[in-house]
Design a protein around this ligand. Structure first.
Ligand code: NI
Length: 192
């Protein structure tokens, strides 16, 4: 089932996610719906808040073309070097950062809750996280490149932080009219 993606201005996006404690059928169904929603919207990540639920849960699929072999896109899954494609769709439940590189990278980001808005965000180049899968089993994942960026963007969502919070002041200033418009539109929809 395709779910409605919540847009900027909806208070749920500013609500910190609660830890997931039940790993039953309902969670599997929710994750299935989140994946369907993400693919339909051509997104590469979706957090529970974006479908109206304040939970520590997010899905990621970089949807790499089959011939992509960027050396930057490597992952260490449970201490084993793993081809990145095998990780997708990646379901992150109750994720936490174990280690993040001091080395940072700037790159443009967008978000399904901000249609038509992009901005440059600084993030750690590499990080290691631990998280639970759909069965409730714990894993560690070391990632760089786009995957590391996407994980950080999604983990921010779970903690009620949005990518616009990490833009440089001048860029945020430039986007202000666009953001205010989106916010007002969302608020109007909510009071309908
Ligand atoms: Ni987002």
């Amino acid at each position: 089932m395709i779910l409605q993606v919540k847009k900027y201005g909806d208070p749920i996006l500013r609500t910190k996610g609660k830890l997931v404690k039940e790993f039953g059928f309902e969670l599997k169904e929710l994750v299935g719906n989140m994946l369907e929603t993400m693919y339909e919207a051509h997104g590469i990540g979706l957090a529970a808040q974006q479908v109206g639920l304040a939970l520590q849960l997010s899905v990621i699929d970089l949807q790499l073309p089959p011939d992509t072999r960027e050396t930057e896109l490597t992952a260490v899954y449970d201490s084993k070097e793993t081809p990145i494609e095998l990780l997708f769709p990646l379901v992150l439940i109750n994720p936490s950062i174990v280690e993040a590189s001091c080395e940072k990278a700037f790159h443009e980001e967008g978000c399904l809750s901000f249609p038509g808005t992009w901005g440059d965000v600084v993030r750690a180049k590499w990080l290691t996280i631990k998280y639970k899968d759909l069965q409730g089993h714990e894993h560690t994942l070391g990632a760089g490149g786009l995957l590391a960026r996407c994980i950080q963007h999604e983990m921010d969502h779970l903690n009620a932080v949005l990518f616009i919070d990490r833009l440089q002041k001048s860029e945020l200033q430039e986007l202000k009219p666009q953001l205010t418009k989106l916010q007002l539109n969302t608020k109007k929809q909510l009071t309908k």
